[in-house]
Write a protein that binds this ligand. Structure first.
Ligand code: FE
Ligand code: FE
Ligand code: MG
Length: 177
């Protein structure tokens, strides 16, 4: 009867939490706050696209709808990372408003300029919060850092797209004067 010698490292299951050089529970909490922000951003875009009124409405609807889908993509990336880290993504929408960094602006005033302003404000907040998380994870958790960098790049793009859309009707109205 022989036996196979197994290299020692094969016997040791690598704990994903061991390669993170920061407090994992604290990281999971921060990621759950971001996950709440993303769901609120998703709905704010989605409902904004349904109710928006005013000039250049069709172009704005197309952009808001695309951004909604992209915010949902961010929620997907963040929740996957939370699970990889051994955490539980927020389980109830009730938690979103408690955990959010950037809050939620209901499009009560449905004029196109107001809806664009609300979403620009949301993007600026997202950029600020993700920049901070990028700093926190740079050394502590390169895998999360890489995910946050992808998301942050898209939030910057969102902010620019909305600002450009807001300038279009402004230019149009200026020429009429
Ligand atoms: Fe996002
Ligand atoms: Fe965004
Ligand atoms: Mg866009």
């Amino acid at each position: 009867m022989g036996f196979i010698l197994m290299p020692e490292w094969l016997n040791k299951v690598i704990d994903i939490r061991e390669i993170v050089k920061m407090d994992v529970d604290e990281l999971i909490t921060l990621l759950n706050k971001e996950l709440s922000d993303e769901w609120l951003a998703y709905y704010q875009y989605w409902i904004g696209a349904k109710v928006v009124k005013g000039p250049m409405k069709d172009a704005v609807i197309a952009e808001l709808t695309l951004h909604a889908t992209e915010e949902l993509g961010h929620a997907e990336l963040i929740s996957t990372r939370i699970i990889q880290l051994g955490g539980t993504p927020v389980l109830s929408p009730e938690e979103w408003l408690k955990l959010t960094n950037c809050g939620y602006d209901a499009p009560v005033d449905q004029y196109v300029e107001e809806i664009l302003n609300q979403n620009i404000k949301g993007e600026q907040c997202a950029i600020k919060v993700y920049s901070e998380l990028l700093e926190i994870t740079r050394v502590g958790d390169p895998v999360t850092y890489n995910i946050i960098l992808q998301i942050l790049s898209q939030e910057v793009e969102h902010e620019e797209d909305l600002t450009a859309l807001k300038e279009d009707p402004e230019l149009m109205l200026e020429r009429r004067r």
